[in-house]
Design a binder for this molecule. Structure first.
Ligand code: ZN
Length: 79
């Protein structure tokens, strides 16, 4: 698992969480749909969840799915 992801614009994005890289963790609703969420649950959520952020260079939304080794890029449509 690389700690970098390359945006479509060529910008290299550091995937390191908790280092001020402004990633958002996409948490499936069912993983927090319980009375008590433990530290272990949180670790599991962080490891298994997709992460996303806007590329600071081109603005597109980058969604990284490390579980499936996939990266998707979304660009806002201005109509
Ligand atoms: Zn970009």
């Amino acid at each position: 698992m690389s700690s970098w992801v390359l945006c479509v614009c060529g910008q290299k994005l550091n995937k390191n969480l908790f280092a001020g890289n402004q990633w958002k963790i996409l948490v499936p609703e069912e993983s927090i749909d319980k009375d008590t969420v433990t530290d272990s649950d949180l670790n599991c959520i962080i490891v298994k969840s997709k992460i996303s952020k806007n590329c600071p260079e081109c603005g597109c939304l980058v969604v990284v799915d490390d579980q499936n080794n996939k990266v998707k890029y979304y660009k806002e449509l201005v109509v």
